[in-house]
Ligand binder design. Structure first.
Ligand code: B4P
Length: 187
């Protein structure tokens, strides 16, 4: 299965994608995780991405698209993948369409995690206590929600028109959300 997992920062994308990839097989591709690993290792990519991430801005499309194209070309992503945090802009949607066309494949679904806005902030503030992430300060957390609303939420309409969106209630315990995802996915 080839899936996207979408939702605002704090919706539980990363949390649920890890469980889902284990269950369904295939690659879990988190653009946020790849960027953070590159920042930590101080690679050229990490240096290019860091200032955007720290400010809660999106890393420019040309950097992100090239990185994802390379990752999707790897063997473990050929049959199945869960893309977590990508695409986040309309430009990235077009790039993903082109990449998948090139492989002769297409998406099977787009999971949307729906969570109340105040709960999102609370989760991320809680994560801030331990994460050490530069983008987990209250101002940046709020800014990331705004960037999501302006740039990424419109993508749900694009995928909605294609009949791909599977909406799942992301409120409640992690296991509860996992069970809802299991029940909502086509078998
Ligand atoms: P991401 O790493 O994708 O950041 P995120 O939106 O915070 O999602 P994450 O997966 O970490 O959090 P989750 O909701 O699972 O991106 C970080 C940055 O990288 C972006 O701001 C941007 O700069 C850059 N970037 C990434 N992709 C990009 C792209 N495509 N284009 C351009 N730039 C890009 O979980 C949040 C917290 O909630 C966790 O602490 C978790 O434990 C907790 N949680 C999860 N489920 C819960 C539940 N049910 N109940 C309580 N807590 C829960």
């Amino acid at each position: 299965m080839r899936l996207l997992i979408m939702g605002p920062p704090g919706a539980g994308k990363g949390t649920q994608a890890v469980a889902l990839a284990k269950r369904l097989g295939g690659a879990h591709i988190s653009t946020g995780d790849i960027f953070r690993a590159n920042v930590q290792e101080q690679t050229e990519l990490g240096q290019a991405a860091q200032r955007y991430m720290d400010a809660g801005e999106y890393v420019p499309n040309e950097i992100t698209n090239a990185m994802v194209e390379d990752r999707l070309g790897q063997a473990d992503a050929r049959e199945a993948f869960i893309l977590d945090g990508y695409p986040r802009t309309v430009d990235q949607v077009h790039t993903l369409d082109r990449i998948l066309d090139g492989f002769g494949t297409q998406l099977d679904g787009v999971l949307e995690l729906v969570v109340d806005p105040e709960e999102l902030i609370q989760r991320l503030l809680k994560r801030a206590e331990t994460s050490g992430r530069a983008d987990d300060t209250e101002d940046v957390i709020r800014h990331r929600q705004e960037v999501y609303t302006a740039e990424t939420r419109p993508l749900l309409a694009v995928y909605g028109e294609r009949g791909l969106v599977i909406e799942v209630d992301g409120m409640g315990e992690v296991d509860e959300v996992t069970r809802r995802i299991d029940a909502a996915l086509p078998s």
